[in-house]
Structure formats: C-alpha cells, structure tokens
Design a protein around this ligand. Sequence first.
Ligand code: SAM
Length: 253
Amino acid sequence: MKPSSLNPTKGILYIVSTPIGNREDITLRALRILKEVNLIAAEDTRHTLPLLRHFGIHTPLTSYFEGNELKKKEFILSKLRQGDQIALVSDAGTPGISDPGFRLIQAAIENHIPIVPIPGPSAAITALCVSGLPTDSFLFKGFLPHKSKKRRDWLEALKERKETLILYESPHRIVESLKDMLDILGDRDIVLTRELTKKYEEILRGKISEIKAQIGEKKLKGEITLVISGKGRKNRLGENEIGDEEMEKRIDH
Ligand code: SAM
C-alpha cells in the first residue's frame, strides 16, 4: 500500500458511503478505496460481505457495532496510529447517520487521524430530493421514538418547526406513528418512501390522513423514510423560492 499523501506517518479513516439498496449506486471511488485499505470496519460484516464479494473485494473485515464499539474503537485507533488505512462502512448509506460511526469519527479526530469522506447515498437525502416538499430548509431527526408516549412528546416538540422534517421509521410502527403525527402535527403533506432504489421502491405522496388510510392496517415491509412538510409550508415551493413565471423572467434567453 502506498503511504498516505495526506500524512505519511499516520493512517487514514475513510468514511465510505455504500448503496441503500441498488448496488449500482456504489461510487468508483468507494470501490477503489474499499480495495486499497488495510481493513474495513463494518456495522455488520454479514451484511457487508456480500457487497464486497459482488465487486470482487477481498479486504479484511472487522465489525464495529453499537454493542462492541468501545472495545473496537481502541483496536481501530491503534491500527490507525500504526499507519493503517481503514474504511468505515455501515449496513447501508452514509456511516454516522443514525448508525454507529459517530464515536469512532470523534475519537479519530481527537487522535489527529486524518478523516477522508467518500460520499454517496443516504436514505434521508434520497427521500428528501424526490419528496417534492421544500428542500431549502430541512430538519433530519433520525428514528422516531418507539413508545407512543415518548413519540407524542417528541412530536409536540417539533410541531412548531417550519423546516421540512425527515424521519426514519420501522414498518412495524408506521401505522401508530402516522396516527400520532396526525393528532399532533395536524393533517400535513407527507411523503412515505419505502425501499428506495430497490425492486419494490414505493413513493406515496398525500396528506397524513390519506397515507394512513391508504396503508390501512396492512403490514408494510421494508425500509421507510418519511418526509413531512414543516408548519405552515403548504405548497411545494419554499417561501424563499420563486415561481415559474418569475424564474422565466430571470432567465437570460
Ligand atoms: N446511515 C444510513 C443512511 O445514510 O441512509 C441510515 C441508517 S439507519 C440505521 C437505517 C434506516 O434508514 C432504515 O431503518 C430506514 O428508515 C432508512 N432507510 C435505509 N434504506 C432505505 C431505503 N432503501 N429506503 C427507504 N428508507 C431507507
């Protein structure tokens, strides 16, 4: 392995995004880095292994997940201090966004280890950009709380926010969560995205009540990201955005 061009004496921690479903979404740079590093730290090696094998990558793997992160953090840091180059990957998407990774990144920074981003997909941004809801200002809040009381308090704290909200939710709790959202946020525009980039990709747009009625009590499967309009943001253009007519005037034909 060539020494790092950033710092020849220290390792590098690469933060490598991987697909959220469709394997074709991996970047050329991610593939090269995953091939070149000494070690890949993966949230779940069983999940990452098939992806690596699919692309003919045989770099050694180690697990880095919530249960073992304290022990593993020291191991990974010691390797980085010895000059190893390590790629951090999560099960899907961008490491550190609602998955383990944040503490390792923080520890690497404290240890003056260079961090290099290898950007790619993230479910939150993928859902937002197809939602049709205002993108000029948004609030990503990760997973909704599991228990109804906590979830309702959490939604109460968000109900005055004007930004478009992006949330992760499990298919097991979606019906109850939509009910709590309807009660607390009111009947806002919502976009339920499911299985983005995968075979059964689905994007449902409507009012919270409509989406709740549409999915009814049927058991949804797969991975869900919700995008919800902020308070008072009824149309699809942000308040600071300009309409088609004004846009036309400003174009230099
Ligand atoms: N770090 C990841 C990212 O950047 O996308 C997110 C990790 S979080 C543990 C996983 C959650 O992301 C899932 O439970 C689901 O809510 C959402 N998610 C992941 N893949 C998705 C997909 N293909 N379609 C819709 N939502 C997805």
